[in-house]
Write a protein that binds this ligand. Structure first.
Ligand code: PMP
Length: 398
């Protein structure tokens, strides 16, 4: 009956997590999956989230179905964070936003929408990108291509090639962009580069799909949304998927959002209706718990401020780890440059290590990173950083 069903080899990043858990090495370090661990190597529960949880728990309340689009307070929280509180585009009513099951859920609903309403459009992702940017869209029968982005040899962005490539695309082709903290390279465009990219997008009438999973981990909440807000100022239509997994440390609650910026209120209503219809056909409505946490934290001034400072605390700790890693590596291997480590933003560093070197780190030291050489810097802490740096020195010298 099921003999024709193909085996699933598993996801390389999630598989690495299982391998790490099974490793008996007492010094093992998990730098694979994109999860923020604190200075003690523990997955934090943010204080603002603890307060929200207490409010949800007292009194314990009934759990009705949520609307298909999720809680209104979750949706407005996404809008305010992405576009800025009281942004004109919001008061104009030109953004259709639904709460989604994490950033992945937002990408899925967005991909379904594009498959149905833009069937001629081809969709392009940066080379390289987070693998699910490809898998989710392919899973919705959208044709996927790549655009030039990162040059491994110089650890920099191939900006001219990227622009040149965008200039060859067709009207209504979709380009997936990372507004901040590019996954996996950590290399972001400057504001001037964003202006240029968006200019070409406008000229060619392309459709930007911006996926923001690390808002607050780059520069700050507003600067990290620069590309989104600039695209709105330029009157572009725009898809935005956002995730609260990392910045609220709510990975397992599956909270995020999908927003579509439309030219008119009337089109916004149509789009909003179709997004609801897609949700209805897949899972009817999102779970309520995480949505309530988002609603409470983001719509209470004091909790919101507390949240922002907690995110900046995580951001600053990662930046400190970057500096420390760079300085240890440079002191031990002065002939090499490790400049790239502090030029990159967010949780990841693209180390440029070879597959063999990554394998050696795993087998000899119990240090796990993704085979494309992506290291999750948020897995480093004062207790393991020297161990990791010394192991990197060893494999680079061998
Ligand atoms: N986009 C990017 C760039 C990501 O790195 C991730 C998470 N790794 C997601 C989307 C998905 O986020 P979530 O875990 O909320 O589904």
């Amino acid at each position: 009956m099921f003999r024709s069903v193909e085996y699933y080899a598993g996801d390389p990043i999630l598989g690495l997590m299982d391998k790490f858990s099974a490793d008996p090495n007492p010094n093992k370090v998990n730098l694979g999956i994109g999860i923020y661990y604190d200075e003690e190597g523990v997955l934090p529960v943010l204080d603002c989230v603890k307060t929200a949880e207490e409010r949800i728990a007292d009194p314990i309340s009934a759990r009705p179905y949520l609307p298909m689009a999720g809680l209104p307070g979750h949706r407005s929280a996404c809008q305010n964070l992405l576009f800025g509180k009281n942004a004109q585009v919001l008061t104009d009513g030109r953004v259709a936003t639904i709460a989604t099951l994490g950033g992945s859920g937002a990408l899925k609903v967005g991909a379904e929408f594009i498959h149905q309403w833009f069937p001629q459009s081809k969709y392009y992702v940066s080379d390289p990108t987070w693998s699910n940017h490809i898998a989710i869209f392919e899973g919705c029968d959208v044709e996927v291509g790549t655009y030039p982005y990162y040059d491994k040899a110089s650890s920099s962005i191939k900006f001219d090639e990227m622009i040149g490539f965008f200039e060859t695309l067709n009207k209504q082709d979709i380009v997936l962009l990372h507004p901040c903290c590019h996954n996996p390279t950590g290399m972001d465009l400057t504001k001037a580069q964003w202006d240029k990219v968006l200019e070409v997008i406008k000229q060619r009438e392309l459709i930007p799909f911006m996926d923001i999973a690390y808002q607050g981990f780059g520069e700050d909440m507003d600067s990290d949304a620069y590309a989104i807000r600039k695209a709105v100022d330029m009157d572009l239509i725009l898809f935005v998927s956002n995730s609260y997994s990392k910045n609220l440390s709510l990975y397992g609650e599956r909270v995020g959002g999908l927003s579509v910026v439309c030219p008119t209120v009337e089109e916004t209503e149509r789009v909003f209706g179709q997004l609801n219809f897609i949700v209805r056909r897949i899972y009817t409505s999102p779970p309520s718990h995480g949505g309530r946490v988002v609603d409470i934290v983001m719509n209470d001034d004091a909790l919101y401020q507390q949240w922002v400072s907690e995110v900046y605390g995580m951001r600053d700790r990662i930046k400190a780890m970057r500096l420390k890693l760079k300085s240890v590596l440079e002191s031990k291997l002065p002939e090499r440059s490790f400049d790239y480590i502090t030029r990159q933003n967010g949780m990841f560093s693209f180390t440029g290590l070879t597959v063999e070197q990554i394998e050696q780190l795993q087998t000899e030291f119990g240090i796990y990173m993704v085979s494309n050489s992506r290291m999750c810097v948020a897995g480093l802490n004062v207790n393991n950083i020297d161990y990791v740096a010394n192991a990197m020195v060893k494999v680079l010298k061998d």
